[in-house]
Design a protein around this ligand. Structure first.
Ligand SMILES: NC(=O)C1=CN([C@@H]2O[C@H](COP(=O)(O)OP(=O)(O)OC[C@H]3O[C@@H](n4cnc5c(N)ncnc54)[C@H](OP(=O)(O)O)[C@@H]3O)[C@@H](O)[C@H]2O)C=CC1
Ligand SMILES: O=C(O)C1=N[C@H](C(=O)O)C[C@H](O)C1
Length: 255
């Protein structure tokens, strides 16, 4: 039995993780970490805490869907009590990404901005298409629910990274995420990454390749948030058998 901790246990994804881990015959919910309180009955026998160290000491592996500053606190706590970590939180800054890489030298960490199998495959398709259709304009549009805090989504930025890799360009220089006013004509090098927010949209990403006379749009739509929570549980079960290192969801799926 794998004793898993859920970090951000009161969140939209966190609550689904508790459900999925409870239903899975191979896993149990050993610990819940939440900064304030949880709005439901914790599974019997689970440790409920707001202290990341107590949390890590109470589980064999942990799954994090929170906010960047909370992920940073978890990584710092894990440096002297390493545990396999599955991290889905988006919006990490450069320093937080560097901390994640440093931590992965002493524990296995799977970091993915999207835990779905569909996006894992889409990333490869985007890189290939960007490379093969070198003169098509690339524009990425993402749609999410009204409660989402970061923009563009972590997934859209990951897809943009794969597009940039396919083109052999630096995304920091190529990315355009705002057009307003007299922007001038679009340059060939631009990779547009735009965000739409509204309603209860779980997650929709479209990577368009536009040319004169034709265009291709590659789309992925998540119709259930359990796609992410179940993907994270699957990743966690895989990760506990891996040595220290930084992994992606594609590694877990063999894609
Ligand atoms: N990789 C993937 O596949 C996916 C990634 N995500 C990402 O996961 C993250 C969480 O998403 P979602 O569940 O929708 O978000 P929610 O806002 O529903 O949940 C966030 C959780 O983090 C906690 N939290 C917020 N601020 C802090 C803080 N300063 N310190 C400690 N804990 C904090 C919240 O606690 P409280 O209730 O007290 O506010 C809550 O438990 C986001 O970054 C989102 O982009 C989402 C879906 C899929
Ligand atoms: O906040 C969300 O909801 C989601 N966030 C992730 C992201 O930022 O890419 C993944 C998914 O699209 C849902």
């Amino acid at each position: 039995m794998l004793n898993v901790g859920v970090y951000g246990a009161n969140g939209r994804v966190g609550q689904l993780l508790v459900k999925n881990l409870t239903e899975d015959p191979d896993t149990t919910v050993a610990a819940l970490c939440e900064r304030d309180r949880i709005d439901y009955h914790a599974p019997e026998g689970s440790v409920v805490t707001n202290d990341a160290k107590i949390f890590l000491d109470s589980c064999d592996a942990a799954i994090d869907f929170t906010v960047p500053e909370a992920t940073e606190a978890l990584l710092r706590a894990a440096m002297d009590r390493p545990k396999p970590l599955v991290i889905g939180t988006t919006g990490l800054n450069d320093a937080q990404r560097a901390l994640l890489e440093e931590a992965s030298e002493i524990m296995p960490i799977l970091y993915a901005t999207n835990m779905s199998a569909g996006i894992a495959l889409l990333k490869k398709l985007v890189q290939m298409t960007a490379e093969k259709l070198g003169d098509f304009d690339i524009e990425i549009v993402e749609q999410h629910h009204r409660y989402k805090k970061d923009a563009p989504s972590g997934t859209a930025l990951t897809l943009a990274e794969f597009a940039a890799k396919g083109r052999g360009v630096d995304l920091d220089k190529a990315r355009v995420s705002c057009r307003d006013g007299m922007t001038g004509e679009r340059s060939k090098e631009e990779i547009g990454v735009m965000a739409i927010r509204g309603g209860d949209v779980v997650g929709r990403h479209t990577v368009g390749f536009y040319n004169d006379g034709e265009f291709i749009e590659l789309n992925h739509t998540a119709t259930s948030r359990e796609t992410f929570s179940k993907g994270a549980v699957r990743a966690c079960k895989w990760l506990v058998n891996q040595p220290a290192g930084l992994y992606d969801i594609s590694d877990c799926l063999g894609l």
